[in-house]
Structure formats: structure tokens, C-alpha cells
Design a protein around this ligand. Structure first.
Ligand SMILES: Cc1cc2nc3c(=O)[nH]c(=O)nc-3n(C[C@H](O)[C@H](O)[C@H](O)COP(=O)(O)OP(=O)(O)OC[C@H]3O[C@@H](n4cnc5c(N)ncnc54)[C@H](O)[C@@H]3O)c2cc1C
Length: 446
């Protein structure tokens, strides 16, 4: 089948307006991620199924793609059909469970949920343009809301289409006709999709428990050292939804500390907790400013202090990428390894500064049972930081008890072994993607 015939077949499936020719694309690091043959925007799960089946018959590579903000190089789009699920934005809240299409931009979804007295408990600490489905595909365990649990803990189930072209639900809803009310009870697949980076299937819908937005008190301050804060991250579990500590290479050398103390019960309880958390932070050396209560309008997603939970305006990503590109290394570690990881990442920041990168941010997001660290360098025109420059950092991290979070193609080849169960992972890949057409070459599966 030639290109015109494939185009006609795709258009017959999803409509001509949703089969888009594409130029060569780049990601948020400025790397070339290749030129897809077409970007296709299915309008339903049934269309995703038909699309995968067509690509399977024709042996065409198919790669799910969101806003291309992943900086660990999971995307290779050359000659592929790139599947953009942005038209999948169904939203239903029933029986205490939210079901939302994978194409929702996370910020718009959070606002829609807040209008109905719910919220999105965890999202990237970014602009909010990225897609809901990628929170599963990238196993989102960093950002705003980490005290509420990771996406793995939040999910009740996932609807997805495998590389074999079969649509299915994980969790309770894998029994046809049953609403996705829980995950537990028998072996099920949700966890396998977390961090699958497009290699097992295309995520089309998520289900998670409806959670009312908590009452929130914001504590901010500066600290000369991050070490005394490590024990607090775990000890204060259940009291904060966000515990972020960061320092940029342009900064004063002090760490900026933001702890958002919450109560699901009342504003008064949140305020009382904030007094105690402020006291504990002061003992740990943080100069804390007076606690600020989030406004009622912010709880409904409609005020400037709501917008402060994001890095900038929706679509701010485009402005950011017009002036800079991002280089990042992320890692998840147990609290016991936090100091060793910090040391490795401080060396990375120092190397970036020495190489002339003007802004490199080292951030720590606390979760009750682990800590996420990331170094994000904003690379301006005229500055450079190559993939090879990260090699000593990856080597040093692999000697520690960390998860090689977000493998993509950035972690060294052998690092996938650190994920364990290689044979089982390969068997899983061939069961879910028998012809190897889905995002070939992504680290965990290659
Ligand atoms: C300034 C900045 C700050 C960031 N901060 C954070 C942060 O705090 N926390 C965080 O977690 N991340 C952060 N990121 C990284 C990134 O934005 C997120 O991981 C985001 O969730 C990726 O979404 P995306 O739509 O851009 O996905 P893409 O980059 O387009 O894709 C990422 C991966 O997901 C797969 N994928 C996408 N959609 C689907 C689908 N429907 N089904 C199956 N696979 C799919 C792709 O194939 C690819 O492997 C940041 C990035 C930037 C640029």
C-alpha cells in the first residue's frame, strides 16, 4: 500500500481533518524526534482500535504522542503514525469515580473538576498543557500534590488499546459493563502501564477516585541546608500535599522551601496544622514566612492564587520553548539514599554551571515513602549541554538504590537491567505488541 492509499485508509477511519501531515518535530530539549508520516487524531477508543489494527496489518510504526515535553527521549517519530489523543476528552463523575479521556490538558481538567467540587490530586510542576494520558505513560511521581500519593496510588483503572489492537480496561472495569470502582482483588494490569512510555499500548481513558479539593495553607521560606529537611518529608506524611525544596544555580545559594499543608476536613484544621509544620520547619533551619490560606476562589480553580500552582499561563510552554530548551535528569530514591543522590546531583549542577549553562534547578519533591529529585537546566541559545555530558551522573546514580525513573533512550543501555525482571518485561512487550509496532526502542522494553 503506498502513502496515498494509507492516507486514504486513515482518513476513512478518523476523518480527513484529523490526519495531519507533519514536519520534523522537536521535543522540549530541542532534540529532533523525527518526522512522522502523519499525526492522527482519533475521536474515540473504537477509532484508536481501528487505527492500531490498520497499522498492524501494514506493519507501520505507531507512537502515542502528547505535548512532546518529555526530556528523556522516549519519542522517535520518523516514518511513524503519531497518535495524538487530544480529541479524547470525555468527562464523567459518577459513584465517587472520575472517568476522564486521556487527551485532557491537565490544567483544564483540574479546573473542570474543581467546578464540580473535585480536583486532580497530582500534576507536573509545569504549565498544565500536557495530557492526562501521559501521567500514566510517564508514571508521574514528581510535581504538585506528591503528598497525595503517586498516580499509581490514585488510579482506579485505565482504558487502553494494546499493540495487538485490543481495547481493555484494567481494574474492576475489566469485567465488561462494570464501573471502574477499584483495582485490588486479583492480578490486574494497571501498574504495568505506569512508565510504559507508549511501548505497551495507547492510553485512552483514566479512572480515579473523586477527591474533594483539600483546604490548603501555604508555607514558604528559605533554608541554608536541605539535609535537616529529609526526616520531615516522611514524618509529616498526611499533612502536606506538596513539599518542594529547590535551588537554582542563579540563586543566593539558599534553598527555597514550599510546603502546602492540607486538611480534607476544614480550613481551621489546615490552619492549626500549618502552625505546627511551621514550627517544625523552623527547628530544621527554615526561615518561614507567615502561613497564607488559599482562597475559596482558588479551591474552585478561579483566581490568581489558583494560577500560582502552575509555572505560568496555559500555553506558557510555547513561550518557554521559544526562548530556551530543557535538559533534565530525574530519579526516585528511598529517603535513606537521599543524601547520596543529592551529592550526585549537586555535582551535575556544578558541571553545568562550569560549562556555561546559566540556569540549573535542583529540586526535591517529598512523598511520604520516597523522594523525587530532578535537575532541570534551562539552556539558552549559545549555551550547550550534550547528552554525553550526563553520562557521569547516570553512572553515579546507577551505583545507588534508585529507580531509573523515565528510561526513554537517555539512561545507559544496561540501566534497564536495574528495572529487574527483564525476561518478563520482554515477554509482556511481545504479548501486548506482537509485531513490535508500538514505539520501538523505548528503554524498558528493548
Ligand atoms: C518545564 C517542564 C517542567 C516539567 N515538570 C514536570 C514535573 O514536575 N513532573 C513531571 O512528572 N513531569 C514534568 N515534566 C515532564 C513532562 O512535561 C511530563 O512528564 C508530562 O506528563 C509529559 O506529557 P506530554 O503530553 O508532553 O507527553 P510526551 O512528551 O508527548 O510523551 C511522553 C511519553 O508518554 C507517551 N504517551 C503520551 N501519551 C500517551 C498515551 N495516550 N498513551 C500511551 N503513551 C502515551 C509517549 O509515547 C512518550 O513515551 C516537565 C517538563 C517541562 C518541559
Amino acid at each position: 500500500m503506498d502513502g496515498a492509499a494509507v492516507h486514504a485508509a486513515l482518513a476513512a477511519l478518523v476523518g480527513d481533518a484529523h490526519v495531519l501531515p507533519s514536519p520534523a518535530l522537536t521535543d522540549s530539549t530541542g532534540r529532533d524526534v523525527g518526522r512522522p508520516r502523519w499525526v492522527v487524531q482519533p475521536g474515540s477508543t473504537a477509532e484508536v482500535v481501528a487505527l492500531v489494527q490498520l497499522c498492524r496489518e501494514r506493519r507501520i510504526v505507531i507512537v502515542p504522542v502528547g505535548s512532546r515535553t518529555a526530556y528523556w527521549s522516549p519519542l522517535r517519530l520518523d516514518n511513524s503514525v503519531a497518535v495524538d489523543v487530544s480529541r479524547l476528552h470525555r468527562l464523567e463523575v459518577a459513584n465517587g469515580v472520575v472517568r476522564a479521556g486521556a487527551g485532557w490538558p491537565v490544567r483544564l481538567l483540574d479546573q473542570a473538576l474543581r467546578r464540580g467540587g473535585a480536583h486532580l490530586p497530582l500534576h507536573p510542576d509545569a504549565f498544565g498543557d500536557t495530557q492526562l494520558g501521559s501521567l500514566v505513560a510517564t508514571a508521574c511521581t514528581s510535581g504538585i500534590g506528591m503528598g497525595s500519593g503517586s498516580w499509581g496510588q490514585i488510579l482506579t483503572g485505565v482504558e487502553w488499546v494494546s499493540g495487538a489492537g485490543t481495547a481493555m480496561w484494567t481494574g474492576a472495569a475489566d469485567r465488561s459493563g462494570v464501573a471502574p470502582f477499584m483495582r485490588e482483588g486479583r492480578p490486574e494490569l494497571t501498574s504495568l502501564l505506569l512508565g510504559s512510555e507508549g511501548g505497551l499500548g495507547i492510553v485512552t481513558e483514566l479512572a480515579f477516585r473523586r477527591r474533594p479539593p483539600p483546604w490548603r495553607m501555604r508555607l514558604s521560606g528559605q533554608a541554608p541546608s536541605v539535609l535537616p529537611l529529609f526526616p520531615l518529608g516522611a514524618e509529616l506524611a498526611g499533612v502536606y500535599d506538596t513539599f518542594r525544596v529547590q535551588r537554582t544555580s542563579r540563586g543566593s545559594g539558599e534553598w527555597t522551601v514550599d510546603v502546602w499543608v492540607v486538611s480534607t476536613f476544614s480550613a481551621r484544621e489546615a490552619a492549626e496544622r500549618a502552625v505546627e509544620v511551621a514550627r517544625r520547619l523552623r527547628i530544621a533551619g527554615v526561615s518561614v514566612r507567615a502561613p497564607e490560606a488559599e482562597t475559596a476562589a482558588a479551591r474552585t480553580g478561579r483566581s490568581p492564587d489558583y494560577d500560582e500552582r502552575w509555572n505560568g499561563p496555559l500555553n506558557g510552554l510555547g513561550d518557554f520553548l521559544a526562548r530556551a530548551s530543557l535538559r533534565g535528569v530525574d530519579v526516585n530514591a528511598p529517603w535513606s539514599a537521599a543524601e547520596a543522590v543529592l551529592h550526585v546531583l549537586e555535582n551535575l549542577v556544578a558541571a553545568q554551571v562550569a560549562a556555561g549553562v546559566s540556569e540549573s534547578r535542583l529540586a526535591m519533591y517529598a512523598a511520604p515513602d520516597f523522594v523525587n529529585f530532578g535537575v532541570h537546566a534551562t539552556v539558552l541559545p549559545g549555551e550547550s549541554w550534550s547528552d554525553e555530558d550526563d553520562t557521569p551522573t547516570y553512572d553515579a546514580l546507577l551505583a545507588l538504590p534508585v529507580i531509573p525513573y523515565r528510561v526513554g533512550r537517555r539512561w545507559p543501555r544496561g540501566s534497564a537491567d536495574a528495572l529487574g525482571s527483564r525476561d518478563v518485561l520482554r515477554a509482556l512487550k511481545s504479548a501486548c505488541d506482537p509485531d513490535g509496532i508500538l514505539a520501538p526502542g523505548v528503554g524498558p522494553w528493548s
